[in-house]
Ligand binder design. Structure first.
Ligand code: IMO
Ligand code: MG
Length: 436
């Protein structure tokens, strides 16, 4: 399947919808693939001819030798993670050089102190912890906003090590205040010689790939090239419009793409919202349709719902249409890719949340992702006819069991956005396109 012009792939909920697969498919006809938000908190699973990968940082476009993969300026960039991903790929004969990977000089660098602060803050929060991935994302973006961040372009400066050491000195003070239990591990993490050695080694690998992607992106867009935006996380984890404070610290939707590239909504053909056929969430925060009993466990086992980054079991529940309508609104989404419908093959009962009730009022669309509202909202379900034969292995959407076709139609009719893509398995060819 080929997408023309500029298109972005984002997730309509709390992440883990299966974006990696589509980005992999679409990147084969892309000229540029831009990863535009988040960092190594993401876990994008890709299964293709080279094997199975769980990428945290490297754009999935790296498998297309003719595409330029870009890590944009708003990505929380961990040079160490990136180098290990590059090494893993090179071992599998994927070629990576400045010809196919460009790292924005404006991307802020995840330093060991961000990881330390992430963990210490979570410990301090106790029962109300966010359940972060522990990759330093919040502190990195905090430092960016405070305008004290260190960026990839700084790596190329002669005084890079001085910059690191200056920053390290005061971050150590900050961490010693946060480290109320006097845990030794932070002393090791912040060891000056280790940090310098790690960054020297990372610079060796990454230096030739660091540059300014913006003029390249604009020129490509003007010339009608195919540009693919690869989103991380999901709309309900947006720092402003998500279930604050149980969110990530970036913009996982079109806003994030605009900030990263300087391209605007008018420049974009499709904003594809990847939606799982049921709901999942990893980490804390409200989830109206969560199933805590056996049904939820069954969804988790059938769907293999364990975090790609942290291995944590994901919380599972029925598809939440009010939340989906909200995400379509805030994400500017004009196309839905429905994933993992095959997981519902094994369920004895299938339900879908059509609306919420809150203080005796009906809400078809989530009016706010306010965590308190969402925690109190009562999901109202419609039981959907289950299908008797599997969707797994079926080669055409029209050969799907009638009930499964109805499930898809019910979703698109309910939310008013067409389900243009349906995936019924992890492999690249287990997918149907309804894009004319
Ligand atoms: P992909 O791209 C699912 C969640 C964390 C936590 C919250 C904040 O694979 O879909 P952070 O480490 O970002 O400060 O954690 O966000 N989270 C994700 N959940 N998929 C992801 O990425 C996520 N990235 C962050 O679990 O609740
Ligand atoms: Mg994931």
């Amino acid at each position: 399947m080929k997408l023309k012009g500029t298109n972005i792939v984002i997730d309509t909920a709390w992440g883990d919808s299966g974006k990696g697969k589509f980005v992999d498919v679409f990147s084969h006809s892309a000229d540029l693939v831009v990863r535009f938000n988040g960092g190594a908190n993401a876990g994008h699973t890709v299964v293709n001819d080279y094997g199975e990968f769980k990428f945290h940082l490297i754009p999935t476009g790296i498998f297309n030798p003719n595409a330029l993969s870009i890590l944009a300026g708003s990505v929380a960039l961990s040079p160490l993670t990136l180098v290990s991903e590059i090494e893993e790929l090179r071992k599998k004969s994927v070629k990576i050089s400045e010809k196919n990977l460009l790292i924005s000089e404006y991307a802020h660098i995840i330093m060991p102190w961000h990881i330390a602060r992430d963990t210490l803050r979570e410990t301090a929060r106790g029962a109300s912890k966010v359940g972060t991935t522990g990759r330093g994302i919040g502190p990195l973006y905090a430092d960016r906003t405070e305008r004290i961040g260190v960026r990839m372009g700084d790596m190329l400066r002669e005084n890079f090590e001085e910059i690191i050491l200056r920053e390290l000195a005061w971050q150590k003070q900050l961490i010693s205040i946060m480290n109320v239990n006097n845990d030794d591990i932070y002393g090791e993490m912040l060891d000056k010689d280790k940090i310098l050695a790690d960054f020297r080694a990372a610079k060796e690998v990454l230096a030739p790939m660091i540059g300014n992607p913006l003029p390249i992106i604009w020129k490509a867009q003007k010339e009608g090239a195919n540009i693919l935006g690869e989103g991380a996380q999901g709309m309900l984890l947006d720092i402003d419009l998500g279930t604050y404070p149980y969110v990530t610290s970036s913009h996982p939707g079109i806003t994030g793409f605009s900030i990263a590239t300087g391209l605007q909504q008018n420049d974009i053909q499709r904003v594809i919202g990847v939606t799982k056929a049921y709901q999942t969430r990893v980490g804390s925060g409200p989830m109206p349709t969560e199933l805590t009993g056996k049904v939820g466990d069954k969804l988790r086992e059938l769907g293999n719902e364990y975090g790609a980054t942290t291995g944590r079991p994901r919380r599972c529940g029925w598809l939440d249409l009010p939340a989906l309508r909200y995400s379509l609104q805030i994400g500017g989404i004009n196309s839905i890719a429905l994933t993992k419908i095959d997981i519902l093959d094994g369920m004895d009962e299938i339900k879908i949340c059509t609306h919420y009730e809150h203080n005796s009022r009906r809400y078809d669309t989530l009016p706010t992702a306010d965590a308190e509202f969402m925690a109190e909202a009562k999901p109202i379900y419609k039981t959907m006819p289950r299908w008797q034969s599997p969707t797994e292995g079926i080669k055409n959407f029209i050969d799907f069991p009638k009930e499964a076709q109805k499930y898809v139609k019910f979703i698109e009719d309910s939310v008013g956005v067409k389900v243009e893509i349906i995936s019924n398995g992890p492999a690249r060819n287990e997918v149907f396109y309804r894009i004319e």
